[in-house]
Design a protein. Structure first.
Length: 603
C-alpha cells in the first residue's frame, strides 16, 4: 500500500497485537509519498479475519492497528491484495531468443531490499554480454549466466533465510528490545555483530550491554561467548561447547591415552563444556569396532582418568553422550570408507522397523518389548557408570537416525503397534529410556538430549513433531536440547551453509522455551557471538574447528582481548605474545573491511 506519511529512512514498524505479530516495511519513494508493505504469519492473518482481495476491509483494520505509526495519514490502495511471497527459481534463464530478467528469473524477498537492484544488475550483465558477443545468442546467454547466476543465487539464499525469519517473527517478539532489533539486523546471517560494530558501535554496545545485564553480569563489555551459563548445579565459564566427534580409536570399547590427550587438550584450551564422542551402552550398541563404550567397570575406569584430568587441570565441564547405533551399527571405521558393513566381527542390528539404512547394510530386526527392556537396562547401567565416573552431564543420543532417533522419524518407524504411528506413540520408547536414566542420575546434574529437527527428506519429521518431542523431554526433566538435523536417511538433501542449523535451534529455543545448543558450520568467534546475541541458542558447539585447533578458544579470547581466569599457569607466558598478535590481526582485517565498498554502477 501507499501513504502520505513522510519517512526520513527505511523503517520497520513491528506490532504485537491480539491477533499475533505484524510488521510494516516502509520507505519514502518521492516527496509526500511512501510505500507500506504489511506482513504477518498465516495464523495471524487468519486470526485477524482478513480477506485476500477486500481492500476496504484491509485498510480499515491496518489503519487501526498502525494508527500511531501512520500518525493521521491514510493508507492508499493500489490493487493491494494479500499474497504469500513466491519463491521463484529457474534452472535455465533463456529459451530460443527469450531471456529472463528480474522476478521472472529469481525472486528475492523484499526484506533484503535487493529485488530491483538484482534486476538492474542483471540487465547490465545482459547488455555487457550482447556488446561482447553481439548476435551470437548462445554465447550471449552463456556469458550472462556466468556473470550473474552465482551472485543472484547468493542473494536469493539470503533473502529466503530473511523470509523465514519474518514468517516466524512471532517467536522473536518476546525478546528484549535490543536483542530483537539485533535479530532483525542479523536475520539473514550475512550481517554479524562485527559487521554492525564497524557501521555503528553505539548500537552493538547497547546490544551487548542489554545481554549482559539480562543475565546478571554487570561487566557489560564481556563478549557473549565468554559469559557464564548454568544448568542445574553445573556452571560453565563460557558458552563454547566441544561437539561429540567420533575418534574411532577405542578397542573393545576401551578408550586410551589418545582420548586423554584429545579431551585434555581441549579442556586446557578453554572449552566451556566438552561433550564426548557417542559412547555405546553395549557391545552391539557401537557404530564401529573403534567406538568407545561404558558398559563395563574397566571402560568406566578408563573414562575416570579423563574426567579427573579435566577437573584437575581446567575449569571445563565434561559431559558424556550415551547412545546406541541401532540400524547404523556394525560398520567399518570412516577411514576405511563410508557406511561399509563389517565382514568379520559384526553383529545383528535392531531398530524401530526393519528398514536398512542403505542397500549395502543389513536389514535390522524390528525391536520387541523384550528388546526394549534390554536396551533400557543398558542405558541405565551406562548412566550409573557415568555418574560414578564423575561426568558433569549426560547427553542422550536421539539424533542422526541411530536407535532412539529411528523411533522418532516417520521415515524409519512404520510400526503398527503402540510404538508407531502418531508422534505420541513414536515418542514412547525414547521417553522410557530418558526417564529411566533421569531416575538414576544425580538430581543436581543436568541432562541434555540431542535430536534431529529435520530429516531433509520428503515426509520426514515435521515441525509439529519436533515441538512435541522437545516439550515432552522438557517436561520429563531435560535441561537443554542439542539441536541437530539430518542423517536419518541416505537420500537426504540438506541445505548446508554457514550457521545452517541455527534456525532449528531458534525454533526449539523460542517455541518450547528451553535452552538449546546449536552447531553446523560455525567457524569463528564473531559467528558465535552473533548467534548468542540474537537469541538463537544458549550454547554453541564446534566440531571440526576444534579438531586441528585445540586452542580455538584461546585464540578467540585473544582476538576479543578478553582476559579469562582459566589459562593454566604453565601457559600464561604465552599471553604476552598471543594477545598483541591477535589485536594487530584484527585491526588489519577491520581496516580492509572498511576499505571495501559496495558494488555500484555509475553512468
Amino acid at each position: 500500500m501507499g501513504s502520505t506519511r513522510p519517512l526520513d529512512a527505511f523503517t520497520y514498524f513491528f506490532k504485537n497485537t491480539i491477533h499475533g505479530a505484524f510488521v510494516a516495511h516502509t520507505y519514502q519513494y518521492e516527496e509526500g509519498m511512501s510505500t507500506w508493505i504489511f506482513e504477518c504469519s498465516e495464523n495471524t492473518w487468519t486470526n485477524a479475519d482478513f480477506e485476500t482481495t477486500d481492500e476496504k476491509d484491509t485498510i480499515a483494520k491496518l489503519s487501526e492497528l498502525f494508527a500511531d505509526e501512520l500518525d493521521g495519514h491514510p493508507l492508499i490502495s493500489n490493487r493491494s491484495h494479500w499474497r504469500q511471497f513466491p519463491h521463484v527459481t529457474n534452472e535455465k534463464w533463456h529459451k530460443d531468443n527469450i531471456v529472463l530478467l528480474g522476478d521472472s528469473k529469481a525472486t528475492a524477498h523484499y526484506s533484503i531490499g535487493s529485488g530491483t537492484k538484482l534486476a538492474m544488475e542483471c540487465a547490465i550483465g545482459l547488455a555487457d554480454s550482447i556488446i561482447e558477443f553481439k548476435t551470437n545468442k548462445a554465447k550471449v546467454f552463456a556469458q550472462y549466466e556466468k556473470l550473474r547466476r552465482n551472485r543472484v543465487e547468493m542473494i536469493q539464499h539470503a533473502a529466503n533465510v530473511s523470509l523465514d525469519w519474518f514468517e516466524n517473527m512471532d517467536r522473536h517478539i518476546h525478546h528484549d528490545f535490543m536483542q530483537f532489533a539485533f535479530g532483525v539486523m542479523t536475520r539473514s546471517k550475512k550481517v554479524t555483530y562485527e559487521n554492525l560494530a564497524l557501521r555503528d558501535a553505539s548500537f552493538t554496545d547497547k546490544v551487548l550491554t542489554e545481554f549482559n545485564c539480562s543475565i546478571g553480569n554487570f561487566k557489560v563489555k564481556t563478549p557473549a561467548a565468554f559469559t557464564p551459563f548454568a544448568l542445574r548445579d553445573m556452571r560453565l565459564i563460557n558458552r563454547i561447547v566441544m561437539s561429540p566427534m567420533g575418534q574411532y580409536a577405542a578397542e573393545n570399547g576401551l578408550i586410551s591415552n589418545w582420548h586423554l590427550v584429545h579431551y585434555g587438550a581441549r579442556a586446557t584450551g578453554g572449552v566451556g563444556l566438552i561433550l564426548t564422542e557417542m559412547t555405546a551402552v553395549s557391545n552391539t550398541g557401537r557404530i564401529t569396532l573403534g567406538c568407545a563404550g561404558i558398559w563395563t567397570e574397566e571402560q568406566a575406569f578408563k573414562w575416570k582418568k579423563v574426567v579427573n584430568y579435566v577437573h584437575k587441570y581446567s575449569k571445563s565441564k565434561i559431559g558424556i553422550q550415551l547412545g546406541h547405533s541401532g540400524r547404523k551399527g556394525s560398520i567399518n571405521v570412516p577411514s576405511v570408507g563410508k557406511d561399509i558393513p563389517l565382514v568379520k566381527r559384526g553383529w545383528d542390528l535392531i531398530s524401530a522397523s526393519p528398514i536398512p539404512f542403505n542397500s549395502a547394510m543389513a536389514t535390522p530386526k524390528e525391536m520387541t518389548i523384550s528388546d526394549m527392556d534390554t536396551v533400557i537396562s543398558e542405558f541405565v547401567n551406562a548412566t550409573i557408570n557415568a555418574d560414578e565416573v564423575g561426568f558433569d552431564m549426560i547427553e542422550l543420543q536421539a539424533h542422526h537416525g541411530f536407535l532412539l532417533a529411528s523411533f522418532l522419524s516417520p521415515l524409519t518407524n512404520i510400526r503398527t503397534d503402540e510404538f508407531g504411528g502418531s508422534i505420541q506413540n513414536r515418542m514412547k520408547f525414547p521417553m522410557q529410556v530418558f526417564q529411566s536414566m533421569r531416575e538414576v542420575f544425580t538430581e543436581s546434574k543436568p541432562m541434555s538430549v540431542r535430536i534431529s529437527a529435520s530429516d531433509w527428506a520428503e515426509d520426514g519429521i515435521s515441525e509439529e513433531d519436533v515441538i512435541y518431542i522437545c516439550n515432552a523431554f522438557k517436561e520429563a526433566g531435560a535441561d537443554i536440547i542439542n539441536v541437530s538435523t539430518g542423517n536419518t536417511v541416505e537420500n537426504q538433501q540438506p541445505q548446508v551453509g554457514r550457521m545452517w542449523q541455527t534456525p532449528f535451534s531458534d525454533l526449539v529455543r523460542n517455541k518450547v522455551h528451553i535452552p538449546t545448543i546449536t552447531t553446523g558450520y560455525i567457524q569463528n568467534i564473531d559467528q558465535i557471538n552473533t548467534i548468542l546475541l540474537n537469541g538463537r541458542a544458549d550454547l554453541v558447539a564446534l566440531g571440526r574447528p576444534l579438531l586441528l585447533d585445540p586452542n580455538f578458544v584461546r585464540h578467540a579470547e585473544a582476538y576479543e582481548q578478553f582476559q579469562p581466569s582459566d589459562i593454566p599457569n604453565q601457559y600464561m607466558a604465552g599471553v604476552s605474545h598471543l594477545y598483541p598478535y591477535e589485536a594487530a590481526e584484527r585491526k588489519a582485517v577491520e581496516g580492509m573491511k572498511k576499505a571495501l565498498k559496495p558494488e555500484s554502477h555509475k553512468p
